[in-house]
Design a binder for this molecule. Structure first.
Ligand SMILES: [Cu+2]
Length: 408
């Protein structure tokens, strides 16, 4: 009996220890959702080591999936290009999509390519996993690939000054702190006075509740004329404070603008030269014993060059054929399965169509919990395929559809 108990406890402990501590639950979402929301690519950080006050640029491209799940609000509603870092460790100095400033929200259309860059200024020393994030209204954050960035120096040296439209230079780290502290304390004091006054009354709380229940219709009688006077005085004090505060703020800051919340419309960029390959999925299956994702594809190469499939990306995991393209992981957590992609059927000649068989095989299917897809009521996958020509030109195309699990 004791033996089983020990075994049981060990089992529970083993289950409680994660194999890898990840910064912000990159694997937590359902596999189907991660595969079919946003395809991020060419994600890069300009530096991985910097000091407080230095800037780092996070850039890349993304394509919202045309296989976006029906039950989730799409990015063509309201979406915002965000950055995923733990806490206010950086400040965003600039953010652009297709060249447009992205201070506000926008709409991203499924299947279109967007190029972005986000400039961050380091604020707090530490080591952070920095991700581009697409915050989609009614859906939540869709997280892109992450990179480790190390910030040195001291937060005391951090400079965050801006020049306002009225020509004043202010320090955003401390601006308005006096006001915030003063008004918070003042309202806290008002509340405390009110609270303490009622604590001095007898009876209070449960005994008072009982008393009110006993008195029935006459319960109002326990409120004394002094209570009424105190209440009226406090009401008057509160209203005058609000009034005073309003006029004081008007006088102190005569020129203000409200926070801007409108939607920005983005210009389209021409990526037709990178999208000259069409692919139809003839068959898709996942062989569980071999951790092998097998695709049969009909490829139509409209470009003027012979192309080879070199990279298949699923939910930020890149399965790469190193004989076609050499992609090295940027750091220990970069999700690259080098050698994880095998293609049967050779290059697709310029202007021709061909059927190829693709195998994406790596333990990352398991460690990144992508195989849970086969237990979804809607076993649909989404993936981005990257074809390369000998001169380095690249075409990309999204594929998606139903995936058949093979159990033996
Ligand atoms: Cu992370």
């Amino acid at each position: 009996m004791k033996k089983y108990l020990v075994a049981f406890i060990l089992l529970i402990q083993a289950a409680a220890i994660p194999d890898l501590a990840f910064a912000h639950g990159e694997r937590a979402q359902q596999a189907g959702l991660r595969m079919r929301t946003v395809h991020w690519f060419d994600t890069a950080v300009s530096t991985t080591k910097l000091n407080v006050n230095d800037t780092v640029v996070v850039s890349g491209s993304f394509v919202p999936s045309v296989n976006w799940p029906e039950h989730m609000a799409g990015p063509d509603g309201t979406a915002f290009l965000n950055i995923g870092v733990p806490g206010p460790t950086f400040v965003r100095v600039d953010s652009r999509v297709n060249g447009m400033p992205m201070i506000r929200s926008t709409r991203f259309y499924k299947g279109q390519t967007y190029q972005y860059s986000i400039t961050l200024k380091a604020r707090t020393p530490g080591r952070y996993h920095v991700h581009p994030v697409l915050s989609v209204k009614d859906t939540g954050p869709v997280i892109g690939p992450g990179f480790w960035v190390e910030v040195g120096g001291s937060q005391a040296d951090f400079q965050n000054t801006v020049k306002t439209m009225t020509g004043e230079t202010i320090d955003l780290e401390t601006y308005g702190m006096g006001n915030i502290a003063f008004w918070s304390l003042l309202w806290f004091a008002v509340g405390l006075v009110w609270f303490i006054y009622w604590l001095t009354k007898c009876p209070i709380i449960i005994p008072r509740y009982r008393r009110v229940a006993e008195l029935g219709d006459k319960a109002d009688d326990i409120i004394t004329p002094t209570d009424k006077k105190v209440a009226a005085t406090l009401l008057a004090v509160t209203l005058s404070l609000i009034g005073f505060g309003y006029f004081w703020a008007q006088d102190e800051y005569p020129i203000t603008t409200p926070l801007q919340t409108g939607i920005v419309h983005l210009p389209e960029i021409d990526v037709s030269a990178d999208r000259e390959v069409d692919v139809t999925v003839a068959d898709a299956r996942y062989r569980i014993p071999g951790r092998s994702f097998e695709l049969t594809l009909d490829v139509n190469n409209r470009s003027g060059k012979d192309v080879k499939l070199g990279n298949l990306t699923v939910a930020n995991v890149r399965f790469v054929d190193p004989s076609v393209i050499d992609i090295k992981p940027a750091d220990s957590h970069d999700l690259v399965a080098s050698g994880g992609l095998r293609v049967e059927g050779g290059p697709i000649k310029a202007g021709e169509s061909a059927r190829i068989k693709v195998f994406a095989e790596d333990a990352l299917w398991e460690t990144y919990r992508l195989t849970s897809l086969i237990y979804d009521p809607d076993s649909r996958f989404g993936a981005m395929l990257y074809f390369y020509a000998d001169d380095g030109a690249r075409d990309y195309v999204e594929v998606g559809g139903s995936m058949l699990p093979v159990f033996m």
